[in-house]
Design a protein around this ligand. Structure first.
Ligand code: MG
Length: 351
């Protein structure tokens, strides 16, 4: 679909909803263990109440099963005419969640816009409404996709300001990639294997090898279906393991205790800010680590995720930095730190 697409508008009385497809273009072709791509489809939303416009976004990387078409179909099914105030947040988002199963990115596009409206009505950024200290947001990692030695060196040089690099592993080039990076920097790394290792023995050997090279944690080392293997690895690994593909929503969290050291929360997996915050609090209560991640997204969804990042141990909020056609200003990254603007709601404005 073209980026010139018209807004589709729905009038529900006090609420007005607009949405349109938009295609993000990536600065570099992005390769992980299972695919490569140079664009990411998103759907932008605007939810209007009493003249106040909240912004939202659904981002659809190919492996999650949503598309611009499925998001638009979902949004077209919504009927918000039973609601008369955005402060009916629980009722509204409960209704949205039960309209159809899955569709988590489409649901997030409503959740984010609704939180933006609420913050704007209250005149405060959402992290303040939640009572969170923005100085506790961890420095964001910056992702280095699987690539050739020359391109990896170039990407590491470009990532100069970041204090932690996230390295995509899971193909037969893992040691080459880490050794190439270690020739040019001794900064901490984290490794995202995207389910790429197939046996517990291979995974444990790599965990030790990576730990010796200052890799802080392992994201989704083996296929999510290999529960026993992931639990065995977590028990024996010298560094923490984090579930990403293996953890989508709040309901998944309790069973992951003991299988992984922690979880990677993403708004697009879990239907948005409301459920993401609950997941962070539940994981904490289970003494699990918490990471906040993202897809390739505009500053809209990134700034929404950053509102709850003070609750996390690690932040991976580089999604808007990987694209060259962001249409919003929002969270910025300065010397690797996530800086939230002191603006109400999710803190973004149209460029
Ligand atoms: Mg991941």
């Amino acid at each position: 679909m073209s980026n010139q697409s018209e807004w589709i508008s729905k009038d529900f009385g006090v609420f007005k909803l607009r949405f349109r497809p938009y295609t993000l273009t990536l600065r570099h072709v992005f390769t992980v263990a299972s695919y490569s791509r140079s664009t990411t489809p998103v759907v932008l939303t605007e939810l209007e109440y009493d003249g106040i416009v909240g912004y939202g976004e659904a981002s659809m990387p190919p492996y999650l099963g949503e598309s611009q078409e499925s998001v638009i179909t979902f949004l077209n099914q919504l009927d918000l005419s039973a609601f008369n105030s955005p402060f009916q947040t629980e009722d509204i988002l409960h209704y949205v969640d039960q309209v159809a199963a899955k569709n988590t990115a489409a649901k997030a596009a409503i959740d984010i816009a609704l939180h933006d409206v609420l913050g704007k009505i209250m005149g405060q950024p959402f992290y303040k409404i939640w009572g969170l200290n923005p100085n506790l947001i961890p420095p964001t990692s910056y992702t280095i996709g699987i690539d050739t030695e020359d391109m990896i060196r170039k990407k590491v040089a470009e990532a100069d300001q970041f204090r932690i690099l996230k390295v995509k592993l899971g193909l037969d080039t893992d040691k080459m990639i880490i050794e190439t990076i270690r020739q040019v920097t001794d900064r901490p790394l984290c490794a995202d294997v995207n389910q790429g290792w197939k046996t517990r023995e291979e995974a444990l050997e790599m965990a030790h090898w990576l730990a010796e090279r200052n890799v802080s944690f392992l994201e989704q080392p083996m296929p999510k279906e290999q529960i026993d293997d992931n639990a065995w690895l977590t028990e024996h690994s010298p560094i923490p393991t984090i579930a990403d593909e293996g953890c989508q929503r709040l309901v998944d969290v309790p069973a992951l205790k003991g299988v992984y050291s922690g979880i990677n929360i993403k708004l697009m997996k879990c239907t948005g800010m409301r459920e993401a915050k609950r997941m962070a609090e539940l994981a904490r209560s289970l003494e699990m680590k918490v990471m906040i991640g993202c897809m390739t997204e505009t500053s809209c969804a990134i700034s929404a995720a950053a509102q709850l990042a003070p609750l996390t141990d690690w932040a991976d909020l580089d999604g808007a930095l990987l694209i060259d056609n962001d249409i919003y200003d929002g969270m910025t990254v300065i010397n690797g730190s996530c800086i939230l603007p002191d603006r109400p709601g999710i803190g973004i404005s149209r460029k």
